[in-house]
Design a protein around this ligand. Sequence first.
Ligand code: G6P
Length: 613
Amino acid sequence: MCGIVGYIGKNNPVEFLLNSIEKLEYRGYDSSGIAVCNKNKINLLKKKGRISVLRNEVKKSQDFNSNFNLEINSGIAHTRWATHGEPSDVNAHPHMSQSGKFAVVHNGIIENYLELKKSLKRRNIKFLSQTDTEVICALIESLYDGQDFFKAVKDTVNLLEGSFALGILCADYPDKLIAVKKDSPIIIGFGEHENYIASDVSAFIDKTKKICRLGECEIAVFDKLDIKFYDFNGKEIKKEIISVDWNIGSSDKKGFEHFMLKEIMEQPEAIRNTIMPRIINNEIKIDNLDKFINSINKIYIVACGSAYHVGAAARYSFEKIAGITTIVDLASEFRYRTPAIDENTLVIITSQSGETADSLAALRESKRRGAKTLAVVNVVGSSIASEADFVIYTWAGLEIAVATTKAYSAQLSVMYLLIIFIAFKNNKITHDSVKKYIQNLIYLPELVTQMLELKSKIYEIAKKYNNSDNVLFIGRGVDYATCREASLKFKEISYSHSEAYAAGELKHGTISLIEPGSLVIAILTDKKLFEKTLSNIREVQARGAKVIGLVSESKAKIADLGLDEIIEIPATSVMMLPSITVIPLQLFAYYFALLKGRDIDKPRNLAKSVTVE
Ligand code: G6P
């Protein structure tokens, strides 16, 4: 988490730095800060709260409004998601060394910081914050011989354990900037008489499309406009500059009150953009996929958060339609187990950001064990996309709301493509069935649109039940997978408790939570499981629960159900039901949170890109 940016060039760096951390605010938003080098002094401002608070301070500060008329100006900035030390002015980045000579912004975690801090304290070095980052500045200063900025940084990073992307300024060298990467992302942008560093290209893509990704254990030294790259031993290395032609998408709310609602409404397009280029003449065409998945006999889907729920939903059809054993695992668990994987295992890492630390570590572990790795990623050129053996992009476009919606839907669509592709390749389905599945797939955006049209109805339901502070989502099979995503969405933006439960498991404990007036949301879309889930509904109704049902059945059958609210789900192949069912539940979470007055796009304590373990 945390977003870092840096600037070196002929212009005043302040506006660029503020604008850029705003673009990275999705990575964390509990405090922010900026440091600029002017003549031989580093000026620093940092504030608890959103970047707008920092902006106001910058406006008032003489230091940040003086003339930046040097030949070269430099600066760094940061938006934070707290790990070590509460969100506060003093714990915000950049951090400065005791003498004020060095300023550092950091994304990651220094695991041995306590040990280092102890030894620095023994040398009478004082610390102001509770952060691990302040140790980095202190170490650099303690290793600085008064001349060699690069050597002090190189010697420091060799003492650090953990993950770190760094931007570093030195007051002695206002025309220099150093960037370092180990296990946290950092990208370099090459502009016209100016260069940039950032956690993510979106921070500077409006300035340049010429970029280079700093590799593992690499240091970039910006000396005026020259950039040199080194490994941690100080050996110079050559890096290739690539030209990207990405359409990052719009970061404008387009008239919607929140990005989340805008992104919910963009789902038909996200699904269409993801599937259509891969359907040609009634066949699924993904270049080289055929060769790549040759000989696989097992699939692992490994991810975090909603991306993990995509795997949970897809698993049923990988097994049922493609007939292939599929295991779904949380990246944070998978990486510390000893998963039984080998060269015949396909590990699918699913990630919107492509930077989630645990998913990236799971990818590396899978490669180390010889498995084939396939990334399903939204952010082009991200770490997971770059390191996987094979990548399929979801074309959802820029997603800004912390709670994912359209990226989730696009990821599900890629799973459907893969299921059909693998099922046909393994002779589990005929060409005619492929055609039928493809027709359903092409029609999916239309069904999603129909669900979005239920907006006003869902708003009314959210209003009616807005006093519920504990919601239980129940279902079986793919419906249970959707329950898990719906419950996550609901709690992360409304701050009300909810739980997703396999309907058949209720009576093994959870049903004790039900009391008169409890709210239960039940999903019954898979016809084969309808009666079974209905019995579970009757069990909670018998104990006084109110039930909202999402049901795919004939009108007559629905009329007799005796539920408090019904949301009708149109019929399609069971595989694709999760894409349709999730829509009203995203809307329910959105309106429920809206009516509670929550900070929908940036819920408390969360960040969109989780680059710490
Ligand atoms: C965070 C986000 C979630 C997301 C998860 C995994 O927790 O808030 O919306 O599902 O990370 O992120 P990824 O970028 O790997 O999909």
